[in-house]
Design a protein around this ligand. Structure first.
Ligand code: PMP
Length: 432
């Protein structure tokens, strides 16, 4: 009998080892990690350079409380991270995961408002569907009812605008008018809420698990940045899933040349080697908070030297192995293969994504975009079959079926064409 409990009572194989893109269970069965866990293990499993850096750090110290000690590892990781962010974004605060990072971004934004005499700014606009984490603050800005509704009124729901799902609304994502149309929803919401009460807009630059790799329409990201600036609303990019090379740029914001106020990182940032997350903020924003009395926030394990040493080694490996470029090249190759699966399997209604953040969505009918009936549980059935066949993919279904069933196909950024063939052949067999 197991003493553990999880989200569901469904049992999974027991993990034994993982190397590169493969994982083995205790019975010796091999799986290709087609989703990098939950889009985490970007540099692959058991990377020797990262393990070496961790071992070296472990032998020196594994913990130093952040209010007692600075550490070389955290200074090094902060410098490496800042160097990869837009000009002026050079203040880094470490945490132990994505939800903690989102909480930290919200609290930093709020403390900034207080520091600059804008105490009435507290509302945070986000999108629906969206996912920003499972802590109560992050849930309040998450637009995903199946996860949030059970906890009301413990948390105060924040205003949401629709995510720009052009493919469901019959709009052309390559037409700038489409981007402008969805961005206008942000401006309308800011005005409806009262512009001087709105603190921030939080957005996943490419949608993650809640939307299934939703790429914004042309012009959308630039337009929301302009709107935020015009109304004095902080722009917070949740790059927990998109960061660390996943979309074919180190940060997804590079696709649009954005310059936000705060960027949120986790997942691929330490690539599954340790729990680690970070926020990176504009220098002047942090300075104002510090002059206003400091950042009243922090977690016990945050910035511990072991996590930071692993994080720094992961950044080095991303550069050494050319993984950002590989994500772009292999992403395009995988996209072509998924498109061809779509031509053979009418159940696939849409293929989308950027770099190696890719997904396909099941539909009952491609033209009307009607989702499959929830009772079919198609996404779970596909996952069960691919498991049998030795491939792990990540699936989601919103309860109301609005986003339908989707499968994220997001292997580690170290994949080769041969791995892509294995993924596609297995998916083809499972779909058949
Ligand atoms: N933001 C985004 C965009 C995410 O995808 C996730 C995790 N799926 C989180 C935040 C929360 O991260 P964590 O699970 O590490 O708390």
């Amino acid at each position: 009998m197991s003493h553990l409990f999880y989200q569901t009572s469904q049992r999974r194989p027991v993990l034994d080892q993982a190397r590169g893109v493969y994982m083995w269970d205790v019975d010796g069965k091999r799986y290709l990690d087609g989703s990098s866990g939950a889009m985490v293990c970007n540099i692959g499993h058991s990377n020797e350079h990262v393990l070496y850096a961790m071992r070296r750090q472990m032998e020196k110290s594994t913990f130093g409380y952040r209010l007692h000690f600075e550490t070389e590892a955290s200074e090094e990781l902060a410098a490496k991270t800042a160097a990869l962010c837009p000009e002026g974004m050079n203040k880094v605060f470490f945490v132990s995961g994505g939800s903690e990072a989102v909480e930290s971004a919200i609290k930093l934004a709020r403390q900034h408002a207080l520091a600059v005499g804008q105490a009435n700014r507290w509302k945070i606009i986000s999108r629906s569907p969206s996912y920003h984490g499972c802590t109560l603050g992050a849930l309040a800005i998450t637009g995903y009812a199946p996860l949030t509704e059970h906890f009301a009124p413990m948390m105060r729901e924040m205003p949401k605008i629709p995510a720009p799902r052009a493919y469901l609304d019959g709009l052309d994502p390559d037409d700038p008018a489409t981007g402008a149309h969805y961005a206008a929803m942000l401006e309308a919401e800011i005005i409806a809420q009262g512009p001087d009460t709105v603190l921030a807009f939080v957005v996943e630059p490419v949608g993650g698990a809640s939307t299934g790799a939703l790429v914004p329409p042309v012009g959308y990201m630039e337009a929301v940045q302009d709107i935020c600036r015009r109304y004095g609303v902080l722009l917070i990019l949740d790059e927990v899933m998109t960061g660390a090379g996943r979309t074919g740029r180190f940060l997804a914001l590079e696709h649009w040349g954005l310059s936000p106020d705060i960027v949120v990182l986790s997942k691929g940032f330490a690539a599954g080697y340790v729990p680690l997350g970070a926020i990176v903020a504009r220098d002047d924003l942090v300075r104002a908070v510090m002059e206003g009395g400091g950042f009243l926030h922090g977690f016990t394990y945050a910035g511990n030297p072991l996590a930071c040493a692993a994080g720094a080694a992961v950044i080095d490996e991303i550069a050494r192995l050319g993984l950002v470029r590989n994500a772009e090249v292999m992403g395009a190759a995988l996209r072509t293969r998924l498109d061809s699966l779509m031509t053979r399997h009418p159940i696939i209604g849409d293929v989308r994504g950027k770099g190696l953040l890719l997904a396909f969505e099941f539909m009952a009918d491609r033209d009307s975009k009607a989702p499959l009936p929830a009772r079919l549980n198609a996404h779970q059935r596909l996952v069960d079959i691919t498991y049998e066949l030795g491939l792990i993919v990540y699936s989601r279904r919103t309860r109301d079926g609005v986003a339908g069933d989707h499968i994220m196909v997001c292997p580690p950024l170290i994949v080769t064409e041969q791995h892509l063939d294995e993924i596609t052949d297995t998916l083809d067999a499972a779909l058949t």
